[in-house]
Design a protein around this ligand. Sequence first.
Ligand SMILES: [Zn+2]
Length: 109
Amino acid sequence: MTTSMIYKCDLCEKEQDTEDQFWALEVYLDHYPIQRYPQSGARLKVDACRECLERLQLLASMKEREVEREANKQLKASLAARELSLGEKLENIIKEVIEVTEQNKEKGD
Ligand SMILES: [Zn+2]
């Protein structure tokens, strides 16, 4: 008997057979002053593939890295200008993680 492990992205549901290029994405929310004990913050966690992290702009894509390596200062400036702010990135992540969490609840996971 052989056993194999399948890694499935919680965001896009694509499957892969290795854990390479696979990340745990966790959003932790707490208010100030932060109280570590007892932990009062909300924690949302999904496992995500590289493609999804690139889409959420949490990892630079292969193409962006290549462009950045070869780009002149003007091109770098234009790439920086279209980059999402940290707040926008966080908002997108939270929306997507909440959506997946709700879908998983509906599935009964
Ligand atoms: Zn994915």
